[in-house]
Design a protein around this ligand. Structure first.
Ligand code: HEC
Length: 470
């Protein structure tokens, strides 16, 4: 039965893939005919063909999801389950990175264009400005229109799928890494004793709440005053950072902060920037006067997105830095770093516009230095008595090897996390610096203190490592 269903799905997959090919060919032929024979009559037919092509893609994606689900059910409970999740993680993560780079790259590029536009020398009346550039061995000359060209060109490039796909792949990754492993990664019982459903609901609900708050503030016109809006934004960010670190494990809190900002960015594109652009194109096609506010609002949202990029990028790599999320006040560190890097972005924007900004960069760097300072370990740790390996070995065996062993006994970790094992004395000694970092300085191990390590045990580990380093 199961095998028959699987074969059916495979057949549907092959058929649909083949269909996308023949449809694309047919559409190309139709386009060529319209070009030769003159337009209008066949345009309706073309639109219909394009619509069926899109439905074929929807069908294809549905079949792929069904195939993945089947695959998952087939390996459920076997050692391949983890392996499948790992590969899903790899595929979705690489997709997320690729779309994200395309999106943020385009965002940086267009804000740069806007900032660096020549608006004064030899600019035609209908233009806002132009710019010469050289890249990849070619010269480029770009022109920006004040409002819209007299005739909207047929081939107009839109930049939207980068944003949508970054968001969709990011949300998928959130599920693969955090929501499917909620009890291991998302929930920290010492922070807040949530059920899996409550935790996931809080996460997703928070993205919706953040968007509504931000969007309402923009619509009420608060965004017109840049300084006021920045202060308001910082306050809201602080509230979310504080809230997240009080419901989730610290690393999940960081990721949620980034996903919240990323969701606002994608929603800006989806609900604001693209609809405004569509309305502009439509008005220009119908020869109606353009509402200049449409473009202005879209530009403002786009600028907000630009300021969110660096904080989001930091958050996306923050999981590699337990020194940040492992701090006693993780929300404060997150806020300092976000404010610091957004300040750096502000400096870059001002520079591109050719404006002098003496204090923006030093203040931003100072904020980042503050973050580095508050996360620093004590410069003069308390003196230690001699601690031998024999004293700490039982602690490691009791608190760590349920996960960090070639054959873990933990209910979630069936393979040693990050490949780290503590089965022999040598294994422990060679990891001593990382153990110091994770167990003593940031206290991010044992993960969510699942094995109940005591402060006295941490102190013994500290003194053992300190003795080795002398
Ligand atoms: C409940 C399972 C679990 C227990 C118990 C646990 N760890 Fe971990 N450990 C993990 C996971 C998962 C990771 C990978 C994610 C991360 O780095 O936070 C990890 C990562 C680490 C790393 C980082 C490895 C790297 O490549 O950077 C160190 C060091 C570490 N653990 C030390 C310890 C020590 C020491 C103990 C015992 C005091 C311990 N862990 C107990 C789950 C656990």
């Amino acid at each position: 039965m199961f095998v028959a269903f699987f074969c059916l799905l495979l057949a549907a997959f092959t058929l649909l893939t083949r269909m996308t090919y023949s449809m694309a060919l047919a559409i190309r032929r139709e386009q060529a005919r319209i070009e030769e024979e003159g337009e209008e009559a066949n345009l309706y037919r073309l639109a219909k063909m394009e619509e069926s092509q899109q439905w074929t893609y929807v069908g294809l994606v549905t079949v792929i999801v069904a195939l993945l689900l089947c695959g998952y059910m087939a390996v459920l409970g076997t050692p391949w389950e983890r392996h499948l999740m790992e590969w899903l993680n790899i595929v979705v993560r690489v997709m997320h990175m690729t779309f994200g780079i395309a999106w943020i790259g385009a965002s940086f590029y267009f804000v740069f264009l806007e900032n660096a536009l020549n608006r004064t020398k030899d600019v035609r009346e209908e233009l806002a400005g132009n710019l010469w550039a050289i890249h990849g061995g070619g010269f480029y000359y770009l022109e920006k229109y004040k409002i819209a060209p007299a005739k909207i060109p047929k081939d107009l490039h839109w930049f939207k799928y980068e944003a949508y796909f970054t968001w969709v792949s990011g949300m998928s990754l959130l599920f693969v890494v955090y929501y499917f492993n909620a009890s291991a990664f998302l929930i920290d019982k010492q922070v807040c004793d949530l059920t899996v459903g409550q935790a996931i609901g809080t996460g997703i609900g928070s993205f919706v709440a953040a968007w509504i708050l931000y969007d309402t503030a923009c619509k009420k016109g608060l965004a017109r005053n840049g300084l006021l809006f920045s202060i308001l934004g910082l306050g809201l960010s602080a509230a979310f950072a504080y809230g997240y670190t009080h419901v989730f494990s610290a690393r999940a809190a960081y990721i949620h902060f980034g996903a919240m900002l990323g969701s606002i960015m994608a929603a800006n594109v989806f609900f604001n920037i693209i609809p405004a652009q569509k309305a502009m194109v439509q008005a220009a096609k119908e020869g109606r006067p353009l509402d200049p506010m449409l473009g202005k609002n879209a530009a403002l949202r786009s600028l907000h997105n630009n300021y969110f990029t660096l904080p989001v990028l930091f958050v996306m790599v923050s999981n590699h830095f337990p020194g940040t999320f492992g701090h006693e006040y993780p929300w404060l560190v997150l806020l300092l770093i976000s404010a610091g890097v957004a300040g750096v972005k502000h400096y870059l924007n001002l520079r591109e516009k050719g404006q002098l900004s003496v204090w923006v960069l030093p203040i931003s760097v100072l904020i980042l230095l503050c973050a580095a300072y508050v996360t620093a370990p004590p410069l003069h740790p308390e003196a230690c008595g001699k601690v031998s390996f024999a004293q700490i070995q039982p602690i490691i065996a009791k608190r760590c090897t349920s996960c960090h062993s070639a054959k873990p006994s933990d209910d979630t970790w069936t393979a040693p996390p990050n490949g780290v094992v503590y089965d022999t004395p040598d294994d422990v000694v060679k990891m001593k610096d990382k153990i110091m970092e994770r167990v003593v300085l940031t206290q991010t191990m044992p993960q969510n203190n699942k094995t109940g390590m005591t402060p006295e045990e941490r102190e013994l580990i500290r003194c053992w490592v300190a003795g080795l380093s002398q």
